[in-house]
Write a protein that binds this ligand. Structure first.
Ligand code: OVM
Length: 404
């Protein structure tokens, strides 16, 4: 007869004392990722009383099985079934089918390939002008002067936001991405003085605040068509304002960082500009802007021989999965010729990043602009980190762009 396993939380798998939300971890996560991957397919994190997965196979499988690993109880550390969410939950990120299916289809229609084709020419012009201006300067902070400037220039306009108050966008996103982690100092500091920031964001989501033709107005068109209700429309606009900016800011900063660290790879890309798309995927694999998300189990489930009980929080390390040698050869090596199919920087399954075409478009036009104009990207100082409970953020990235 089979022996009944002790069903106490975490008793069934390796335990780790690693704190994935400590400054130490967030500043340089990769050694810890390796420890977590090697500890086992499922690891119990003592500090928080949660399960974690850092290997590609298990992260991928959990993301695909939304029936078992649900999002409706929050994708942060707190279980919405037990603790009230600090903000009204997202109707895209923090819901399951059938509601998710409906809101998701509205958003994927708005953020479609056809919509991107309409934006491309304008985005490219702006990217070209920005890189020209940065070459005049020569020495720049690629976070402030490039990675923040460009998305802030093109994205709020594509959504149809008015100009005043846009300085609230990045602090709001910083707060939300910190809020997926524990109530540590990072979270507390980012929600200090949050009220006016949150108020501004919520105000912008109303129909009368949004310019005709933009992504925001198109969400309200879906309300007119009867696809979503009023509250859903408002919250979906909020989703774009939350998820659409800080992610691409860090994606672009990480792109410049990756090439500054690997001058040979920059020359490879310049010699073969058609590698721009796979190069951006390699940046995402190597340095994922969104490092982690949680899921909550809807039932007891066995994963690689470990039984995870029902109602458990499971932390999925997207960034660690992307550097799992079981899935990617020499995962620490940044190689734009690699076809990093299967990286989970955009997630996978039903919640796969719905805005990824916008992110890809932004990266593509910036890389295009740089390929023809920038012969080299050289560090002029040490980059600094800005720890966030979810995002892989650079604080400053001092580089010199050399004109071609
Ligand atoms: C949302 C939302 C917020 C943060 C991230 C995200 C990466 C979505 O409010 O829907 O996706």
């Amino acid at each position: 007869m089979a022996i009944q396993l002790d069903s106490a939380l975490g008793s069934d798998c390796p335990t780790s004392a690693i704190d994935p939300f400590s400054d130490d971890f967030l500043t340089d996560p990769y050694g810890y990722h390796e420890e977590l991957r090697e500890a086992g397919p499922v690891v119990w994190l003592d500090t928080y009383g949660i399960y974690a997965m850092a290997r590609h196979a298990e992260v991928h499988a959990a993301l695909t099985d939304w029936q078992t690993f649900c999002s409706g109880r929050g994708v942060g550390i707190e279980d919405f079934a037990k603790v009230k969410a600090w903000r009204p939950p997202s109707k895209l990120l923090e819901v399951d089918p059938p509601l998710h299916t409906r809101t998701r289809s509205v958003m994927s229609r708005i953020l479609s390939p056809a919509a991107m084709r309409k934006l491309r020419e304008d985005f490219q012009k702006r990217a070209d002008a920005l890189i020209d201006a940065l070459l005049e300067k020569g020495r720049i902070d690629a976070v402030k002067d490039l990675a923040e400037v460009f998305p802030l220039h093109v994205f709020p306009e594509a959504v149809g936001l008015r100009a005043e108050g846009r300085e609230n966008l990045l602090p709001f996103a910083n707060m939300v991405f910190n809020s997926f982690g524990p109530r540590n100092a990072l979270f507390e500091n980012s929600v200090r003085n949050a009220r006016p920031v949150v108020q501004w964001i919520y105000d912008q989501c109303h129909r009368h605040m949004l310019m005709p033709g933009g992504f925001g107005a198109q969400v309200w068109d879906a309300y007119d068509a009867g696809d979503i209700d009023e509250d859903e429309a408002h919250t979906l606009v909020r989703s774009m304002l939350t998820a659409g900016l800080d992610t691409t800011v860090n994606g672009l900063a990480n792109t410049v960082y990756a090439f500054a660290c690997h001058p040979d790879q920059w020359q490879t890309l310049r010699a073969e500009p058609s590698l721009a798309r796979p190069a951006f995927d390699e940046v995402l694999r190597w340095e994922a802007p969104v490092q982690t998300f949680f899921r909550t189990t809807t039932r007891a489930v066995e994963v690689a021989g470990v039984t995870i009980p029902e109602s458990a929080k499971v932390l999925l390390f997207l960034g660690a999965a992307n550097r799992d040698r079981r899935r990617f050869e020499n995962p620490e090596v940044f190689d734009i010729r690699r076809r990093p199919i299967g990286h989970v920087a955009f997630g996978t399954g039903i919640h796969t990043c719905v805005g990824q075409l916008v992110a890809r478009l932004e990266a593509d036009v910036i890389l295009n602009a740089m390929i023809s104009r920038v012969s080299a990207i050289e560090f002029t100082g040490e980059p600094t980190r800005k720890p966030n409970n979810t995002l892989r953020c650079l604080g400053t990235l001092p580089v010199e762009l050399k004109a071609a």
